[in-house]
Design a protein around this ligand. Structure first.
Ligand code: SF4
Length: 216
């Protein structure tokens, strides 16, 4: 199993970019290209709302926000929007300043709706692997809260999702080491890509693009 040094750690959020499109990952993280659009602005607003809350404990539930995460196996570090800790009788993790045992349950907030592709689930699974490594416990499930409709979708971290997460993180590190941006792979996902104008500046016209952004 890989074990990355502190200097080799990449942002956890980059995994979702890489899963969505390796070129998008390279444009953002290798070339430092970024462009605000309706989607990124909505996403930032949603995360600000979630992250602004304080940690709280209600009975058998402790909620931590903006929790710093790291995994040496995956070579990733970042912030979890929200991690619930459910008090359990046995197993789970011990938390500083709290008695008993607590089962971690990561929750990621996303604008928009649930997707058929695993982009969001892979990012959440990476958070779970970070928590397991940091707290020396198992994290079998988490959830993604989607803005449309405002609903939680449970995400079991099964063997396939875990294998895909490890494989994706490894590919992302290889891409990072290569320092090379791959060519565009135009497809339906490009219609929702924040870097559409930078990646494919000649297609389609600006008015068509605006229409797509407002009425996806
Ligand atoms: S426009 Fe398409 S090919 Fe270009 S970075 Fe975005 S998703 Fe990738």
């Amino acid at each position: 199993m890989a074990s990355y040094s502190e200097d080799a750690l990449l942002p956890l959020s980059a995994l979702q970019h890489f899963a969505y499109c390796p070129r998008q990952f390279a444009l953002i993280h290798l070339e430092q290209t970024w462009e605000e659009n309706l989607y990124t602005a909505e996403g930032q607003l949603l995360h600000q709302r979630v992250n602004s809350g304080e940690a709280e404990t209600r009975g058998a539930l402790h909620v931590a926000r903006s929790l710093r995460l790291v995994s040496r196996q995956l070579g990733l570090t970042g912030m979890a929007d929200l991690v619930e800790f459910h008090r359990i009788e046995n197993g789970g993790a011990e938390l500083p300043g709290r008695s008993g045992f607590w089962q971690p349950f990561p929750v990621e907030y996303k604008r928009g709706h649930s997707k058929a592709d695993d982009w969001d689930r892979l990012q959440l699974c990476a958070q779970a692997i970070c928590l397991e490594e940091m707290l020396d416990t198992e994290v079998p499930e988490g959830a993604i809260f989607y803005g449309k409709p405002r609903r939680r979708e449970p995400v079991p971290f099964d063997a396939i999702l875990r294998k895909d997460t490890h494989s994706l993180a490894e590919q992302m590190h290889q891409r990072w080491e290569s320092r090379r941006t791959p060519p565009p792979e135009p497809g339906p996902k490009c219609n929702h890509c924040s870097l559409f104008n930078r990646c494919l500046p000649d297609t389609p016209s600006a008015s068509e693009y605006l229409h797509r952004m407002l009425d996806p």
